[in-house]
Design a binder for this molecule. Structure first.
Ligand code: PEP
Length: 252
């Protein structure tokens, strides 16, 4: 049985005070959500204060990014994965399409970040997904496969239970246009097949594959009905505690 994950990516929204207020409001709203893991990903500056407020609750804290390097050093502006762990994070998101698109992150960079997250003891949510052009050209599966294989290269069997894959078609992120549950299911099943070929059938069956792209309270239930959809990575609709809690609660 794969335990679903509902993760909220707050992107570059909310200062420290707003982040704390949202996290504190969310906590009681999802306190009975034992059917899934609840994760929120505030901005770097809010990680420690939010994690402190959530200590002992069922809401986990994730960073949205980490450095490729595993130890401290002269790397102005970077934050190492072990520092995120130290700040109270249990998860880190890597390879989000906004990082790939605006910060030119390649699969090689994403792979280093995956390794850094794992080495720090974090669970890594690695994002993959094709652009609309790539989908229209019939390249969606080959792009996703390339990102999966490139990003997850060099993993050992013991690393696999701390890997979560988020399939986020770029054309569905922040656009209000969601992939249909069937479109998402098709890609999720494909991701599981690629993972089985690279690792093992058992590892593929245990892998949580989240869907991301305009998930809202009114479409989560349809997505969750699909066999290979194990939760969601939610952007816009995670910014308000109430709508995120509805998504968590409708994901049963
Ligand atoms: C995201 O940022 O990962 C995302 C899926 O955003 P949205 O839900 O707003 O499409």
């Amino acid at each position: 049985m794969r335990k679903p994950v509902i993760a909220g990516n707050w992107k570059m929204y909310k200062n420290v005070g707003d982040s704390i207020a949202t996290a504190v409001a969310l906590k009681p709203l999802v306190a009975n959500a034992n059917h899934c893991e609840v994760v929120i990903a505030p901005v770097f500056t809010a990680l420690k204060p939010v994690a402190d407020r959530l200590e002992g609750s069922n809401v986990h804290v994730s960073a949205q990014n980490c450095a490729t390097e595993q130890s401290e050093g002269a790397l102005t502006g970077e934050v190492a994965a072990f520092m995120l762990r130290d700040a109270g994070c249990s998860h880190v998101i890597v390879g989000h399409s906004e990082r790939r698109q605006y910060f030119l992150e390649t699969d090689a960079i994403v792979s280093k970040k995956v390794q850094a997250g794992l080495a720090a003891g974090l669970t890594v949510i690695m994002c993959v997904g094709e652009t609309l052009d790539q989908r229209d050209q019939g390249k969606a599966q080959s792009i996703v496969s390339e990102q999966l294989v490139g990003g997850l290269s060099g993993l050992t069997a013991s690393d696999l239970d701390r890997i979560i894959v988020a399939y986020e078609p770029v054309w569905a992120i922040g656009t209000g246009r969601t992939a249909t549950p069937e479109q998402a299911q098709e890609m999720h099943a494909f991701i599981r097949r690629v993972f089985a070929e690279r690792h093992s059938q058992g590892a593929a069956e245990s892998l949580r594959v989240l869907y991301g792209g305009s998930v809202k309270p009114d479409n989560i239930a349809g997505l969750m009905k699909q066999t290979d959809i194990d939760g969601a990575l939610v952007g816009g609709a995670s910014l308000k505690a109430e709508s995120f809690a509805e998504i968590v609660n409708y994901s049963r």
